[in-house]
Design a protein around this ligand. Structure first.
Ligand SMILES: C[S@@+](CC[C@H](N)C(=O)[O-])C[C@H]1O[C@@H](n2cnc3c(N)ncnc32)[C@H](O)[C@@H]1O
Length: 195
């Protein structure tokens, strides 16, 4: 199979890695939700070799992820688990960190609510959830292009942007939002910690 390719992943993988290097420095196993092409997983597992990196996504993305994994041949990178939030529970594998990029604006509100709650329930104390993507803050879009993208998502029947304060409500005090890190292209990296 030809490996799927995302130019956005190529552009953002290095700035995200710089932050994950800090955030996951004392973690041992990461569950990635919505691995997409698998590019992030390969890059992060290669550079964060102290981590076991578990990929997951809807089944239709598994062949592509497996193509990236087969080429990378990394001992610390694991094949995709079928995971659709709203349909499946988080997989029964040990993890003390979660990573998810560009999923909250694709998912519907009830799916994101469930994702936040499930992660909060499953992470052990001091567990870390790194959540990357575009979000609104206090209902405000950070750019005109983000507002246009939100409406484009809605017109395609997708969930649209979520507000950070809404994510905090859904996290239901199980997760504390420790940092909001500005990233290139008007994205943010949210660092959540289980108390
Ligand atoms: C925009 S892509 C982002 C992929 C990759 N993380 C990235 O940054 O390029 C959104 C991903 O979320 C996944 N996804 C959509 N709905 C989901 C759900 N309910 N549960 C888990 N993953 C979902 C899609 O299959 C897709 O891989």
């Amino acid at each position: 199979m030809t490996k799927p390719f995302s130019q956005a992943c190529e552009n953002n993988k290095q700035p995200i890695l710089a932050e994950l290097t800090q955030a996951f420095s004392n973690r041992s196993a990461v569950l990635e939700i919505g691995s997409g092409t698998g590019q992030h997983a390969v890059h992060f597992a290669r550079h964060l070799s102290h981590l076991h990196w578990h990929t997951s996504d809807l089944v239709h993305n598994h062949d592509g992820i497996n193509a990236w994994l087969a080429e990378a041949r990394l001992d610390n990178l694991f094949p995709p688990v079928e995971l659709m939030i709203g349909r499946h529970a988080l997989p029964d594998i040990p993890f003390d960190a979660v990573y998810s990029a560009n999923t909250a604006h694709i998912m519907f509100a009830e799916e994101v609510a469930l994702m936040m709650k499930s992660i909060g329930e499953r992470l052990p104390a001091q567990g870390v959830f790194c959540q990357y993507g575009p979000f609104t803050r206090n209902g405000e879009f950070s750019s005109q292009s983000n507002l246009q993208f939100h409406h484009n998502l809605l017109s395609r029947g997708l969930g649209g942007y979520k507000d950070i304060s809404q994510l905090q409500v859904w996290a239901d005090e199980l997760l504390t939002l420790q940092q909001i890190i500005p990233m290139p292209a008007n994205n943010l990296l949210l660092i959540w910690v289980k108390d």
